[in-house]
Design a protein around this ligand. Structure first.
Ligand SMILES: C[S@@+](CC[C@H](N)C(=O)[O-])C[C@H]1O[C@@H](n2cnc3c(N)ncnc32)[C@H](O)[C@@H]1O
Ligand code: SF4
Ligand code: SF4
Length: 396
């Protein structure tokens, strides 16, 4: 077992190197860089595209939330084993009764905090949301009328969302945080609103806009891009690329996905798994090529039932344990099933195998590329001379 006592004292670059070494060695020497924790499975929006709460979904999940005592234990473990960042997600996190406590605890322990929220809530929640280092806001409609249609909100409004966004931006200008990321889920009925979102982002000096392609279940099939809409969307993306936006964005990646032309090939429907509802695949984001998946050495995922999932939460190949039964640090370090899965993923997986078929959905293609580049660089380096990092690894 790893001696965890020194891990939290290590400098960030040493921690990062230990994760690279973990992948090379095939066993974890330190906790993940970031853990994504779903604290609550409930939302007061009904976004048309949401694979959990869309009105098109016939059996939405029941409301479930993580016990706060259990969450506290996980946060303590994360601090002890050198996790850099906690990422709290829902559903909608302000509906979790302990979000404020969790925010304070994470920041008091000195970890980075990311959180997802739709911002269309009572203003009192801003008091603690502004503690986050980064807030990710799902904003996929640009008029009050389309906001109601796209985000399915009975109470609340886009004006309310923007009011809170502006208040958070005042805090960010003053204190440097929270950084604001706007997410736009593009599908057949809203893609024409993307330019307006990009303009809003530019005017308000948003930090990043992340556009995702809608991923369908069978029941949501009617929302999938038609061929004609995709042509129009490509044009919108191309024009946006020429607009010289100064915020970070993934427009180029989006154009590449459209241009590789596989969006309407190999449509495969998968049935539900214990991890998620069925998936109607539109394209294979790995292009069917071998992927050396390193994500699981750097990121961890936990759902509202306390299940720790690896290598990522898009696939159900490894439920590494449950924090209601074992400490997170033990699930992470003392776990042959988890480590074997991570080794298998690092060695290379193919979406044509039944085990890894859900990786068609991989949202980590650029992340995996960056991680593999880093790991290969370290592999290629001469390790004859012990480094500061090796000494730290020995201690750990
Ligand atoms: C279920 S949401 C929960 C977090 C938050 N409520 C939100 O909407 O961002 C988790 C992530 O899945 C994305 N998402 C939901 N349904 C999707 C779909 N059908 N296709 C692609 N992404 C989807 C959301 O945008 C979000 O980034
Ligand atoms: S805000 Fe997020 S969780 Fe809620 S319905 Fe929309 S996509 Fe789903
Ligand atoms: S979906 Fe991507 S990140 Fe997740 S296991 Fe598959 S290849 Fe790895």
């Amino acid at each position: 077992m790893v001696n965890t006592q020194t891990l939290k004292t290590l400098a960030p670059h040493i921690r990062d190197m230990l994760r690279v070494r973990s992948s090379i060695l095939g066993r974890p020497l330190i906790g993940p860089q970031s853990i994504n924790i779903h604290v609550i499975q409930a939302c007061d929006r009904k976004c048309a595209f949401c694979w959990y709460f869309s009105p098109l979904i016939s059996s939405p999940p029941k409301r479930v939330m993580l016990d706060y005592a259990v969450l506290e234990g996980v946060i303590d473990d994360c601090h002890e084993i050198g996790v850099d960042e906690i990422n709290l997600e829902g559903g909608e996190i302000v509906l979790y009764p302990f979000t404020e406590q969790a925010f304070h605890k994470i920041k008091d322990l000195g970890m980075r905090l990311k959180a997802y929220s739709h911002l269309d809530f009572e203003s009192k929640h801003l008091r603690y949301l502004c503690l986050a280092d980064r807030l990710i806001v799902n904003f996929s409609a640009m008029t009050e009328e389309s906001y109601r249609r796209v985000h399915g909100k009975i109470k609340g409004s886009m004006a309310n969302l923007i009011k809170h966004l502006d208040r958070l931006l005042v805090a960010r200008r003053k204190y440097g945080k929270p950084k604001i990321v706007l997410t736009f889920i593009a599908y057949d009925h809203n893609y024409k609103e993307l330019p307006a979102l990009l303009e809003l982002a530019q005017q308000r000096e948003i930090d990043r806009v992340y556009i995702r392609f809608f991923k369908a279940t069978k029941e949501m099939k009617e929302l999938v891009f038609s061929k004609q809409s995709l042509v129009e969307f490509r044009e919108i993306v191309e024009n946006a690329l020429g607009a010289g936006y100064t915020f970070q964005h993934n427009l180029e990646n989006l154009r590449n996905i459209i241009d590789n032309g596989h969006q309407f090939e190999n449509i495969v429907a998968l049935t539900s798994t214990p991890m998620h509802n069925d998936r109607l695949f539109v394209y294979d984001s790995t292009s069917g090529k071998k992927v050396n998946c390193q994500v699981g050495w750097f990121y961890s995922f936990m759902d509202e039932n306390g299940r720790v999932i690896a290598p990522c939460d898009s696939v159900g190949v490894c439920i590494a344990g449950n924090v209601y039964e074992r400490r997170f640090k033990d699930i992470w370090f003392d776990n042959d099933f988890l480590h074997n899965t991570l080794r298998e993923a690092s060695a290379g997986i193919h979406t044509c195998s039944s085990k890894w078929q859900e990786c068609r959905y991989c949202g980590y293609v650029p992340v995996n590329k960056a991680l593999n580049d880093k790991i290969n660089r370290v592999r290629g380096e001469t390790l004859a001379v012990p480094t500061e990092m090796d000494d730290q690894a020995k201690k750990a």
